[in-house]
Design a protein around this ligand. Structure first.
Ligand SMILES: [Fe+2]
Length: 236
């Protein structure tokens, strides 16, 4: 039974996703003092464990923040739990998940502002009505004894309008193939993100997505995959 995805006026003729290399976001970060970019990228080293995994030891670490989109910037919204409806997230849906907030230096920093605005310029569909974004910093760690699951809910929607998936770091990792699916769950795009700042932006109303498990590369004890996810939504 196909998932019911709402029709998006004016969107039918446009591909439901874009996938681009590091160039656009590297360009967006050009001109930002190197120390600020280093601090931004280094902030993935300080993410608390995700307490909602149901595992004894977390394999996923994360922070979250929500912003109102302004013409040239981001206005932070009060920190609040992240909520997905049970109809879109079979594992964590219906649960208000309180994640640690973004570091103030990340939330108010020039790198995040520039990256989000660059993503907003490249949405795979109409931008009308998009006034809010959610920012997730996520690290998934895999060991030889425990693989990491970027998407434990399997093939799914997030329940937003658009979702940007930006690779920050991929170290000693095997797997983690990103896949997009049409409403009949037929694959329409497969990719392994390998270059830092390589990005997929998908229309969450027109495609579903999933990511295969993260495993350590051959000979490595641990693999690490850091992602920046940016949810774009409207009227919330
Ligand atoms: Fe997702």
């Amino acid at each position: 039974m196909p998932d019911a995805l709402p029709a998006i006026p004016g969107a039918v003729s446009r591909p439901p996703f874009v996938h681009f290399g590091p160039g656009p976001l590297a360009d967006a970060l050009a001109g930002v003092p190197e120390a600020e970019v280093t601090e931004f990228l280094g902030s993935w080293d300080d993410l608390p464990g995700d307490a909602h995994l149901g595992t004894e030891k977390p394999y996923r670490f994360r922070r979250y923040g929500k912003f109102r989109l302004r013409s040239r910037g981001l206005a932070p919204l009060p920190h609040a739990p992240f909520f997905q409806d049970a109809s879109v997230n079979r594992v964590n849906g219906g649960v208000a998940r309180l994640f640690a907030p973004l570091h103030p230096s990340v939330a108010a920093g020039e790198p995040l502002r520039r990256v989000v605005l660059a993503l907003l310029d490249r949405l795979p569909g109409p931008r009308a009505g998009i006034d809010t974004c959610g920012v997730h910093q996520i690290r998934v760690v895999a060991t030889v004894n425990a693989e990491g699951h970027p998407a434990p809910e399997g093939v799914h929607r997030d329940g937003h309008c658009y979702v940007a998936q930006v690779l920050i770091r991929r170290q000693d990792v095997r797997g983690a193939e990103s896949c997009l699916y049409d409403p009949e769950r037929r694959p329409v795009h497969r990719a392994v993100l390998t270059a830092p700042l390589e990005t997929i932006i998908l229309d969450d109303r027109r495609v579903l997505h999933g990511v295969s498990p993260v495993r350590p590369a051959s000979g490595a004890a641990t693999g690490v995959r850091d992602m920046l996810l940016v949810d774009f939504l409207g009227g919330s």
